[in-house]
Design a protein around this ligand. Structure first.
Ligand SMILES: NC(=O)c1ccc[n+]([C@@H]2O[C@H](COP(=O)([O-])OP(=O)(O)OC[C@H]3O[C@@H](n4cnc5c(N)ncnc54)[C@H](OP(=O)(O)O)[C@@H]3O)[C@@H](O)[C@H]2O)c1
Length: 245
């Protein structure tokens, strides 16, 4: 009986490992980061470059993308990295990440749309409205993530993530004490982004359909308030569970 249980445990472990490996094979290798010259894009590029992904830095200006690639190669010399203008970057990536300020989210998507068909788009946009960035002010459609999904239609799988993680932390070699809430309409697409977040050193969670992105986006203003009122630099969110006793 004891042996049988041990065998079953081993079997479950093997199956889980196989699933993880299969998912890893499924993880896109060529990641295009639009606006990858900026703070958050640079941070994600560094994290993913260090675990072996090929990085494409997209920019409105080729020279700016080239400079960002040169900087990335200084940090991670073995990384295969390419500089392209945003529309070419979107077309060349297996998976595309949008990291531009909220007010330029849709105009940027418009400029790269043909290259996004059938791909996952990770959208990190937080729709902060200065000067009151510590007050939640979501767009009329509900969230920036929903706005992107509505604009792009079903041909693109928009998955939102990383809204609560500070760019500065991503750029440095620290353990990040902030979980990632991953929203999107397709479970498999969310799982791909969860795997990428884990590779970048964070715990990440299925947080439901794209409508739920509103919660993650709103949390950023809450964290800004907490940072101010409690004098901490980078407050984060952490999901916990508790056994039912
Ligand atoms: N910074 C953070 O800690 C943080 C954390 C979580 C989420 N986010 C979100 O991440 C996104 C990027 O934030 P960020 O701090 O990285 O921004 P950023 O550094 O100010 O800008 C990122 C890039 O956006 C591009 N850009 C600027 N103006 C543009 C325009 N008019 N049209 C198209 N592209 C333009 C620029 O790239 P090129 O000039 O090379 O085209 C710039 O390098 C935002 O939506 C933000 O809400 C940021």
């Amino acid at each position: 009986m004891f042996r049988l249980r041990r065998l079953a445990k081993k079997l479950i472990h093997i199956i889980r490992t196989l699933f993880t490996l299969l998912r890893r094979m499924d993880t896109p290798q060529k990641i295009a980061i639009l606006g990858g010259t900026g703070d958050l894009g640079t941070g994600l590029a560094i994290r993913w470059a260090k675990v072996g992904h090929e990085i494409i830095i997209g920019s409105r200006t080729l020279a700016k993308a080239e400079k960002a690639v040169a900087d990335l190669k200084e940090i991670s010399p073995q990384t295969e990295a390419l500089a392209l203008e945003n529309p070419d970057a979107a077309a060349a990536g297996d998976l595309v990440v949008l990291t531009v300020p909220a007010e330029h989210q849709i105009s940027t998507l418009k400029s790269v749309q043909p290259g996004l068909t059938s791909k996952i788009l990770i959208d990190v946009t937080v729709p902060l409205v200065p000067p009151k960035v510590g007050t939640v002010q979501l767009p009329d459609v509900g969230s920036a993530g929903k706005r992107a999904q509505d604009f792009l239609g079903d041909e693109v799988q928009v998955v939102t993530a990383f809204q609560n993680v500070a760019a500065h932390l991503l750029q440095t070699d620290v353990q990040i004490e902030c979980d990632v809430l991953v929203c999107g309409n397709k479970r498999a697409a969310r799982q791909t982004v969860i795997d990428l977040a884990k590779e970048a050193g964070m715990q990440a969670w299925h947080a439901g359909p794209i409508e739920n992105s509103a919660a993650a986006e709103a949390l950023t203003s809450v964290l800004i308030q907490i940072n101010r009122r409690h004098d901490i630099s980078h407050s984060g969110v952490r999901i916990v569970g508790q056994d039912d006793h």
